[in-house]
Ligand binder design. Sequence first.
Ligand SMILES: [Ca+2]
Ligand SMILES: [Ca+2]
Length: 103
Amino acid sequence: MERQRKYTHQCSGVCLLDLNYPEKSELEKQVVERKKDLRRFKMADKNFDGELDSDEFITFLHPEDTPHMMESVVMDTIEDLDTDKDGFISLSEYAGQQLISSV
Ligand SMILES: [Ca+2]
Ligand SMILES: [Ca+2]
């Protein structure tokens, strides 16, 4: 079950607006992004020396331009779209993301 944060707003003591919606904490978002960066760094480090030379760094910055980085690009995209984390992208997960992106 996903964590939910509860927001309550009192309007002049007359109305009560109560919004519940899932929200990742800023720390959780940073951990996810760091995990993606680390995975992409390791895949860009073609000679496995733990450092990125100029070509490897370009690959790290633009993984979509390098065939051996496609797995990283696809995994990042699936993780972004798969909001219920079941390993599949449903039509609503895909369509929802498209709507958000177009706004
Ligand atoms: Ca390297
Ligand atoms: Ca899913």
